[in-house]
Design a binder for this molecule. Structure first.
Ligand SMILES: Nc1nc2c(ncn2[C@@H]2O[C@H](COP(=O)(O)OP(=O)(O)OP(=O)(O)O)[C@@H](O)[C@H]2O)c(=O)[nH]1
Ligand SMILES: [Mg+2]
Length: 310
C-alpha cells in the first residue's frame, strides 16, 4: 500500500515556507532570501517518508495585496491550499511574539496582521490546518505556549508543531505527521524526482535569488528574471542567457554596480549553482533591461502559472 498526496505550506511572507519545503524535501527546490515576497508562484517539492510520497507545495506569502502581482500571488497561495490534502500554516514565532508583547494591534505588525487574515481565510473556507510555529531556534519553548494556545483556540488547527526549518529541529515529526495524512494513492512522481520546475524557470529563479541576496536593501521588490535561451551544447556544457527586468532606469546601475561588479557577482554565484544543479558546466549570460510594465504583462503571468486577472 502506498500513499501520495499534496501538502501546501502557507503563511505570511518571510515565515520560512521555502526553507521548510527544502528541508522536508532534503534538496533545494525553492529559493530562499531574507526579503519578503521572494516566492512568486507555487513551487512543488517531493518528499518521501516510508511508503508515502508527500508533494509539498511551497506558496507565495499571503498578505494584503495592492498590485496586480500581489493579487495573483495571494490567489495562487490560497489556490494551493484549496487543492491540497493537508495544509500547514507556518508562522514566524518570534515575529508573532514581538507583536503580542508590544501590546500593539495586529495592524501595526504586518506579519501578525497577515496571520489573522490567514486564520480568517481558513475559517471562511472551512479548512483545518496544521499549525507550525517556526524559527524557534534561539527561543525557549515555554515562551511559545501562550502563543500556541491563543492560535489553537481559533479552532482552525488540528495540531501544533514547534520547529526550526533552518536547523531542522522538529521537522522530522512534522514530516511523519504529513506522511500519515496522505491518502492511499500510487506515487505521483518517480522515486528519484524531487522538483518539477522546468530547468529554464529554475535557472531564472536561482538568478533572482542571487539578485535579492545581494540587493535586498537597495532594490524594491520589483525585479524579474527570464531565461531567454537554454542550450545544451555538443561538449556537454549548457549555455544560458537571461534577462533581468527592473522597473526604473535608476535601478539599472544598482544591478550593475560599480564597474559591473554587482552583476558579475550575481552571474558568478548563479552560474556556480546552476553548474551544480544540472551537473554540467554552465555558461551564463545576463542582460539588464528596464521595463516599467513587466509586472502588468499577461505573458509573465502565464509563464509562471499565475492568474493575470486574479
Ligand atoms: N532563525 C531562523 N530563520 C529562518 C528559519 N526559517 C527560515 N528562516 C529565514 O527566514 C527568511 C525567509 O525564509 P524563506 O524560506 O524565504 O521564507 P518564505 O516564507 O518562503 O518567504 P516568501 O517566499 O517571501 O513568502 C530567510 O532569511 C531564512 O533563512 C528558522 O527556522 N529560523
Ligand atoms: Mg518563499
Amino acid at each position: 500500500m502506498t500513499r501520495a498526496g499534496f501538502a501546501a505550506i502557507i503563511g505570511a511572507p518571510n515565515a520560512g515556507k521555502s526553507t521548510l519545503t527544502n528541508r522536508l524535501v532534503g534538496a533545494k527546490v525553492s529559493i530562499v532570501t531574507q526579503k519578503v515576497q521572494t516566492t512568486r508562484f507555487p513551487v512543488r517539492g517531493v518528499a518521501i517518508e516510508g511508503e508515502a510520497q508527500v508533494v509539498l507545495v511551497d506558496t507565495p506569502g499571503i498578505f494584503q495585496p495592492r498590485r496586480r502581482l500581489d493579487r495573483a500571488m495571494v490567489r495562487a497561495a490560497w489556490g494551493g491550499a484549496e487543492d491540497a490534502d493537508v495544509i500547514v500554516h507556518l508562522v514566524d514565532a518570534p515575529a508573532e511574539l514581538a507583536a503580542a508583547q508590544s501590546g500593539a494591534k495586529p495592524a501595526d505588525h504586518r506579519s501578525a496582521e497577515d496571520v489573522v487574515s490567514i486564520v480568517q481565510g481558513l475559517k471562511a473556507n472551512g479548512k483545518i490546518a496544521i499549525l507550525a510555529l517556526n524559527k524557534i531556534d534561539g527561543m525557549k519553548r515555554d515562551t511559545l505556549l501562550d502563543l500556541s494556545k491563543t492560535l489553537f483556540e481559533t479552532g482552525v488547527y488540528s495540531d501544533v508543531f514547534m520547529i526550526s526549518a533552518k536547523t531542522g529541529s522538529g521537522v522530522d515529526d512534522l514530516k511523519t505527521a504529513l506522511a500519515q495524512r496522505m491518502p492511499e494513492n500510487p506515487w505521483f512522481y518517480p522515486e528519484d524526482q524531487t522538483a518539477d520546475l522546468p530547468a529554464r524557470l529554475m535557472a531564472a529563479e536561482i538568478t533572482r535569488e542571487k539578485i535579492y541576496l545581494r540587493l535586498h536593501e537597495e532594490l524594491p521588490y520589483a525585479a524579474a528574471v527570464e531565461t531567454t535561451k537554454f542550450e545544451e551544447r555538443a561538449d556537454g556544457s549548457i549555455r544560458v542567457e537571461q534577462t533581468i527586468y527592473v522597473q526604473r532606469e535608476s535601478q539599472r546601475p544598482i544591478v550593475l554596480g560599480a564597474g559591473g561588479q554587482t552583476l558579475k557577482w550575481i552571474g558568478q554565484k548563479s552560474r556556480e549553482e546552476l553548474t551544480e544543479l544540472f551537473g554540467h558546466t554552465t555558461h551564463l549570460f545576463l542582460h539588464v533591461q528596464v521595463d516599467e510594465g513587466w509586472a502588468d504583462k499577461r505573458e509573465f503571468y502565464g509563464n509562471v502559472g499565475l492568474d493575470f486577472d486574479a
